[in-house]
Write a protein that binds this ligand. Structure first.
Ligand SMILES: *Cc1c(COP(=O)(O)O)cnc(C)c1O
Length: 378
């Protein structure tokens, strides 16, 4: 649906008038809110990350009057070490949203700017229900999106994607694994199937939620020159407020991302972000403890929702996707909001409009949610 650009201010370029920006979940300032709407971690970041940020702010390693390391070398080395890779196979950006944006520009924008009329080029293949920012980047960069419907159980249809990729040229494949907002994960064999079906284009696997029980494709980087894996510190490392995202790929892919980054902003990660992120990667014990706590709460939350009559999709993420067969999802979300419990409801696409996406909170937050739902359903 194109925007009504008749109403657009005359200063706007046609591209801006036609943009359909991503709408993030709300971040209201309300006391006592149980916030289960944006998949943040319910636990604070590692105390070591906080200490490192404080030290960086005090200028223990050079103060804030100095620019940060544009290459974030120490951070990339710490991340590479954790994944048995080397720093040139790691790219970091200001949140994985920025990393994704650079990747779309670097790998999926194949239209010639000289074409007249401008052509959208080969389409980017993606599941029809997935992280909705992918479509926004397609709009921003003029990339045609080709959605592939999920199967009857809301799983990514790997065979259909692979068949499409093999049948005709495409700009690449992007998917979230585990998928958002379903929470359903794919096995590594499925990722390898897609990598093999699309050898001349990049397959981007967004693993924002992989630390909560999914299978990571990072170990396949050495084997596949067309694989780019994207991680975020916003979910499993409790650092949504710090804005750090990561991409893993062979050197030629990372080099492309660096070219885009250095044509846009040479210093996407400030000193505090680099220090905090590095310390977070060096606190494996805290990471293991908090992700275990979230996965344990997920099991309790799932059982509690099922007791209330909800159907809950099998989740490998820090959220569950659930529907009640007899109650309207939008109304449930509104009733929860009146009780100061926020969950996310997507009105579109229609196929998921009766589901609620509920982030896994602490056991106490999950109890509050379940009690509120019991009251609403009674
Ligand atoms: C949360 C999320 C992101 C964005 O993460 P940031 O690093 O906070 O920008 C990217 N992809 C998916 C699938 C997400 O759920």
């Amino acid at each position: 649906m194109p925007a009504a650009d008749t109403a657009a201010p005359p200063f706007w370029s046609p591209v801006v008038a036609g943009l359909q920006p991503y709408v993030p979940g709300e971040q209201p300032r309300m006391a006592g809110l149980v916030k289960l709407n944006t998949n943040e971690n319910p636990y604070p970041p590692s105390p070591r990350a906080i200490a490192a940020i404080e030290a960086a702010a005090r200028g223990a390693h050079g103060g804030l009057q100095l620019y940060p390391d544009p290459q974030a070398q120490a951070l990339r080395e710490a991340i590479a070490a954790r994944h048995a890779l080397s720093a040139p196979q790691v790219f970091v950006g200001n949140g994985s949203d920025e990393v994704l944006a650079h990747a779309f520009f670097a790998f999926f924008q194949h239209a010639s700017p000289q074409a007249s009329p401008p052509a959208a080029g080969e389409p980017l293949l993606m599941p029809d229900v997935t992280y909705s920012f992918y479509r926004v980047y397609c709009g921003l960069y003029g990339i045609a999106a080709q959605p592939q419907p999920l199967d009857a159980r809301l799983r990514i249809d790997v065979e259909a994607l692979a068949a499409r990729a093999a049948a005709a040229p495409c700009a690449g494949i992007v998917l979230a694994n585990p998928n958002a907002p379903t929470g359903i994960g794919l096995p590594l064999a499925a990722i390898e199937r897609l990598l093999a079906a699309c050898p001349h284009r990049v397959v981007l696997v967004d693993e924002a939620y992989v630390d909560f029980g999914g299978e990571s494709a990072v170990g396949l980087v050495a084997k596949y020159p067309n694989l780019l894996v994207v991680h975020t510190l916003s979910k499993s490392r409790s650092l949504a407020g710090l804005r750090v995202g990561v991409a893993f790929g062979q050197r030629h892919l990372v080099e492309a991302l660096e070219r885009v980054k250095d044509s846009f902003n040479s210093y996407p990660l400030d000193r505090l972000a680099q220090a905090g992120a590095q310390a977070a990667y060096q606190d494996e014990a805290y990471f293991a403890q908090t992700r275990r706590a979230v996965m344990d709460s997920r099991e309790g939350l799932t059982l509690g929702l099922e007791d209330l009559g909800f159907e809950v999709l099998p989740s490998q993420a820090n959220f569950v996707f659930a529907r009640h067969p007899a109650r309207d999802a939008a109304q449930l979300a509104a009733a929860l909001r009146e009780r100061a419990v926020l969950v996310r409801h997507f009105a579109r696409p229609e196929r998921i409009a009766q589901y609620l996406r509920i982030s896994v909170g602490t056991p106490a937050q999950c109890d509050t949610l379940l009690r509120a739902l019991a009251e609403i359903l009674a």
